[in-house]
Design a protein around this ligand. Sequence first.
Ligand code: ADP
Ligand code: MG
Length: 288
Amino acid sequence: ATPTSIMVGTGRAAEMGVLFRKGDALQRLEGVRVVAFDKTGTLTEGRPELVAQFPAAGFDATEVLRLAASAESGSEHPIARALERAAESVTRPDAVEAVPGKGLRATVEGRTLLIGSARLLEEEGIATDQLRGALDGIATRGQTAVVVAVDGKLAGALAVADTLRPGAAGLVKGLKARGLTVAMITGDTQATAQAIAAELGISEVIAGVLPGGKLDTVRDLRDRFGAVAFVGDGINDAPALAEAEVGIAVGSGTDVAIESADVVLASGRIEAVADALTVSHATMRNIR
Ligand code: ADP
Ligand code: MG
């Protein structure tokens, strides 16, 4: 491989808003067999909105939302922002404890709140059966259920919906046409992830992954398919970005993700993943 061709390729890519931070990533990208995407903030915009409320018997929807948004008011999670925007009033929580990849526990106005995935509530011994129908409907629509318990009692479910990035479906189609396997990795539930994957034409779905688990998922994909390119945006994507043969960070992502990546999509356009592959193949062809 001549350093000159690599430089030319890197330059061409930069013109398209694809920044190769390391020259050898251009070479490694050519050998990639599977492209794995983080879901939230990578395949989706990462700006969820509250779209529906399902209070449990004996609870008022407005009050449940107010308490939940208050509990989340110090959280950096995109779901927290969605609840804050939707609530009419928000008070500061007295205490908060995050449960990574699942939700949080908080005290608001003397009441104990537990907010997050149905799995989180079930693990704490709070049955979610009463809202089974609502939870199934939320997941089938590709939305995320934010389940709320107040003082140990199931209080309701809030449905939040994120928008797919405009170029995501076209990108997946193009990657598959190149013969690549496309995978989606997410902390969301299998049911929600499947609904979104179906819209995008992704068959390889790894859901319910806790924040520390994305790195292991990249290793599993490598064992099954070969060299991995992982595309992500979040703080918890950093280990997977570093582990993959080629880590690709969305330019609008967090600093930690960008620092851990080999390639940065400066434009913030997810479609640039295809441009990166095109330049990589063209460069390596010229070298041989
Ligand atoms: P991802 O960004 O891949 O969806 P996260 O690890 O951030 O994954 O979260 C996984 C799941 O845990 C979310 O889909 C959500 O159900 C729940 N969750 C995590 N943090 C919060 C939070 N602050 N509030 C409500 N739910 C949360
Ligand atoms: Mg993300």
